[in-house]
Design a protein around this ligand. Structure first.
Ligand code: HEC
Length: 354
């Protein structure tokens, strides 16, 4: 494992120099403890998950919903709704909604083989949530407007805040949940009136310049994880897979003990040579796909060209070079994919095959 402060990484990423000193402190604290086992990164991921899931006022929440704080984050669907003129109404609330909105299910867009997602016979339901720091960054620079995004990306200025206000984005996967099982899930009420349980979650958190990446699976779906790949949690799981006392007390101290029903699959932070990390309910459950999926190796291709076109997401591990003429947008795929051309001149949003 290469700590995230080598010159190789500095060359590849596009972070402002001022961030580096801050980052070295964080990286040192993450890596000082047992580097080989990722304990520090795994612990940080759990701290993040517990922190963002702390209870908030239930304003607007339906009966049975879990009042987790991140339900007040704007969703990608809300931010990039395609209609420029509606944006000021969202922006005037600031980076955070004041009440719960019904969960709006979207279909999986990332997976190479969408068929695997419905193997359990339930409708797909996915939503991306973007925290206050990241939403404000998008609003202040009007990056939901693809024309503005192109300019910012060309100037190398798409860097979500990573200092005191840490940007975070999560991708959540939901399935209908029976009321007798609901106590074991984070529950949301969808616009169809049904209760859904959180079954899988991806987190990217900007404590690190190239984000800290983590993914969890609900214990009821742990059987989907191919044994050859398994779970790797040096902080939260004991050797037999049960929750560690450290995790139990961390979650209790955040009032987030329900998260004990979620299993950390693993974390990732090495951008130079990213290894495999994926979630069977998001990337796909077959061993080959999971063995070749890598958060950072794929999100590296969150980039746009000077006419707004995108690169294709890729299922691969290891470092890969961005094609010439593409400018990174800080690993944020929803930004690269969903920002909408407001002025069609010189702006398109199609994929380019490379
Ligand atoms: C094969 C490519 C690929 C892999 C592997 C992948 N992602 Fe993504 N991810 C995407 C795409 C594409 C989107 C945008 C989906 C959309 O706009 O609906 C996305 C969206 C996200 C989002 C929402 C914010 C954003 O960037 O748009 C998060 C958070 C996220 N992924 C985290 C992860 C984590 C954590 C992993 C690894 C465990 C991972 N991803 C693996 C392609 C990938």
């Amino acid at each position: 494992m290469t700590p995230d402060t080598t010159s190789a990484i500095d060359k590849q990423s596009h972070r402002p120099v001022a961030q580096v000193a801050f980052v070295i402190g964080i990286v040192a604290s993450i890596f000082n403890s047992a580097c080989a086992s990722h304990r520090g990164a795994d612990e940080q991921a759990w701290v993040d998950f517990a922190t963002i899931s702390q209870s908030v006022s239930r304003s607007g929440a339906a009966p049975g919903e879990s009042p987790v704080g991140w339900r007040l984050w704007w969703t990608a669907d809300e931010i990039y709704d395609g209609a420029g003129p509606t944006k000021p109404s969202l922006e005037k609330h600031g980076g955070l909604a004041t009440s719960f909105r019904p969960l709006k299910c979207e279909y999986e867009t990332e997976v190479a083989n969408p068929g695997v997602m419905t193997a359990d016979g339930q409708p797909q339901c996915e939503a991306i949530f973007i925290n206050e720091a990241a939403s404000n960054f998008i609003f202040e620079r009007e990056l939901w407007n693809r024309n503005k995004l192109i300019e910012a990306a060309k100037e190398g200025k798409v860097h979500f805040p990573a200092d005191k206000k840490v940007s975070r984005q999560i991708k959540t996967e939901w399935r209908r949940v029976q009321s007798q099982r609901a106590a074991k899930y984070i529950v949301a009420a969808a616009s169809d009136g049904q209760l859904y349980g959180l079954v899988a979650i991806h987190l990217m958190s900007h404590e690190l310049p190239d984000w800290l990446w983590a993914t969890w699976l609900h214990e009821d779906f742990a059987f989907m994880m191919p044994p050859a790949i398994g779970f790797h949690d040096a902080f939260g799981a004991k050797a037999d897979g049960a929750s560690s006392p450290a995790l139990t007390s961390l979650l209790a101290s955040h009032g987030a003990s329900r998260l004990l029903h979620y299993k950390l699959i693993g974390t990732q932070h090495d951008f130079v040579d990213p290894s495999a990390l994926g979630n069977p309910l998001i990337e796909g459950r077959d061993t080959d796909t999971l063995a070749n999926s890598s958060c950072m190796a794929c999100h590296r291709f969150a980039a746009i060209s000077s006419n707004g076109s995108m690169t294709k997401p890729r299922v691969s591990t290891g470092f890969a070079k961005l094609p010439d003429g593409f400018f990174p947008v800080d690993f944020s795929f929803s930004l690269a994919r969903r920002a909408v051309c407001q002025d069609a001149v010189g702006c398109n949003a199609a994929y380019e095959l490379h």
